[in-house]
Design a protein around this ligand. Structure first.
Ligand code: TGC
Ligand code: FAD
Length: 384
């Protein structure tokens, strides 16, 4: 496996052991079927429990609530290995851990934590995170979903768009504005009357992942369903920081898979009587890919150190997400080029990873939005 700067030596034995366990699982269980499932647009129903059994869901949360209590670097390595299988697999785990378990852990009541976290960690229950709307993507503050206080509970109305795991979920974390215009988070069980999830089928990216539109039509929930410690946009944005952290690591797995596939191919594919890997243009491409992969690994590792030290700032996560995703996408595109015509088939990985990474470049804050987040940090001037 590609590690040009021997970054492996920086990990603890525990982190390496976690990484190796997930790598073996992904290479044996996910990689052989990923192309077919992607083509069929299917996420296997039994996978959540399979991931749960291996401690891959919310792994950096405390064991007290069902998490594995691993370091943030180990968590990043889990995301990296899952995404070497498919970005949709990492998406599933990102949403479950960073966007459902994390908000319950951070903003939930003790009762909500005891009720949901162990089941979510085991994959016995699945969650989704509803922030984006048809007309509110990059600017979630403009959401129109409303939560009206009524009879001691709440009535939710609105529509959420592009929601990962929407049709698999038992519980949806829904963000809505209350009567004062403050954003609040609610844990909505998906069998509550008035809640509907409709799968978005016509995707040319993230096909292995379930993506849905959620409709909330007078959905009544008790006050116990509200996340008591979440108020304002900052709460969902804090969750996004957790997920973006995992993405900055995850995409390195997809990039590595593409680089290694292209290298293997370049060594045996002959043209004009020699392996194409003996040509300067191909070598330059491979070296560019390896260089960006190595730089991305160093960025992720340092980000992990900062997160483990408790000093990571969300703008650092933005820089890492923006950089690592865009370079992973470019690496996947380069790999596809080296594979020639064979590169457009799902028998190889590059086109699938490249198509998926188009989504990753957009979700969790687009490349442009992260430019503006870091731009604001360094200039002090808002340019949104
Ligand atoms: P702004 O004034 O900047 O922020 C409001 C408050 O929040 C704080 N803050 C953050 N805190 C933690 N982490 C972050 N990432 C934070 N970003 C901002 C900020 O300091 C402020 O705090 P306070 O105490 O002063 O109130 O708010 P704004 O309305 O100007 O928005 C800023 C902007 C554009 C950066 C934000 O809206 C944004 O990040 N937009 C992008 C939206 C996005 O990423 N959506 C993702 C939806 S979920 C998803 O895509 C899941 S994909 C899942 C998968 O399959 O993996
Ligand atoms: P827009 O905000 O409309 O942006 C369109 C274009 O304009 C982009 O290129 C953007 O960079 C650019 N742009 C926007 N504002 C500015 C600006 N101020 N300056 C310069 N350029 C700008 N959301 C969830 O809540 N939960 C999920 O689970 C989830 N899963 C997803 C899964 C998939 C497969 C996809 C594709 C999306 C998912 N999303 C989810 C939604 C995702 O977070 C949004 O798509 C993303 O935040 C961008 O919003 P948008 O698509 O509305 O684009």
């Amino acid at each position: 496996m590609t590690d040009f700067f021997r970054i492996d030596e920086l990990f603890t034995p525990e982190e390496r052991a976690v990484r190796d366990m997930v790598r073996e699982f992904v290479q044996e269980t996910i990689v052989p079927v990923a192309g077919r499932l992607w083509e069929q647009g299917e996420f296997p129903k039994e996978w959540p429990r399979l991931f749960g059994e291996r401690g891959l869901l919310g792994a950096n949360l405390p064991e007290e609530y069902g998490g594995a209590g691993v370091s943030n670097i180990a968590y990043g390595l889990i995301m990296q290995e899952l995404e070497a299988g498919d970005s949709g697999v990492r998406s599933f785990a990102s949403v479950q851990g960073a966007l459902v378990m994390y908000p319950i852990y951070k903003f939930g009541s003790e009762e909500q934590k005891r009720h949901w976290l162990p089941r979510l960690a085991k994959g016995e229950a699945v969650g989704c995170f509803g922030l984006t709307e048809t007309s509110a993507g990059s600017d979630p503050a403009s959401m129109t979903t409303r939560a009206r206080k009524q009879d001691g509970g709440w009535v939710l109305n609105g529509t959420k768009m592009w929601i990962t795991n929407g049709n698999l979920a038992d519980v949806a974390v829904i963000w809505a504005k209350d009567d004062d215009g403050d954003i609040r988070g609610f844990l909505v069980e998906t069998d509550t009357p008035g809640f509907t999830a409709v799968e978005i089928k016509e995707k040319a990216s993230m096909r292995l992942s379930n993506t849905s539109q959620l409709f909330l039509d007078n959905v009544r929930v008790s006050d116990d369903a509200r996340l008591p410690n979440a108020k304002g946009l900052r709460a969902p944005l804090e969750c996004l920081t957790q997920a973006r952290y995992g993405i900055a690591w995850g995409v390195l797995g997809a990039a590595r898979a593409c680089y290694e596939e292209a290298l293997r191919y370049a060594l045996h594919r002959e043209s004009f009587g020699r392996p194409i890997g003996a040509r300067q243009i191909i070598q330059e491409r491979l070296v560019d890919m390896l260089t960006e992969l190595t730089k991305g690994q160093l960025v992720a590792y340092r980000l992990g150190q900062l997160k483990d030290a408790g000093t990571m700032h969300y703008t650092q996560v933005s820089l890492a997400k923006r950089n690592n995703v865009r370079h992973a996408l470019n690496i996947a595109r380069q790999a596809r080029t080296i594979l020639g015509a064979y590169g457009i088939t799902l028998g190889h990985q590059a086109i699938r990873h490249a198509a998926n990474l188009e989504t990753v470049d957009t979700y969790e804050g687009t490349y442009d939005i992260h430019t503006l987040i870091v731009g604001r940090e360094i200039t002090g001037l808002e340019a949104f």
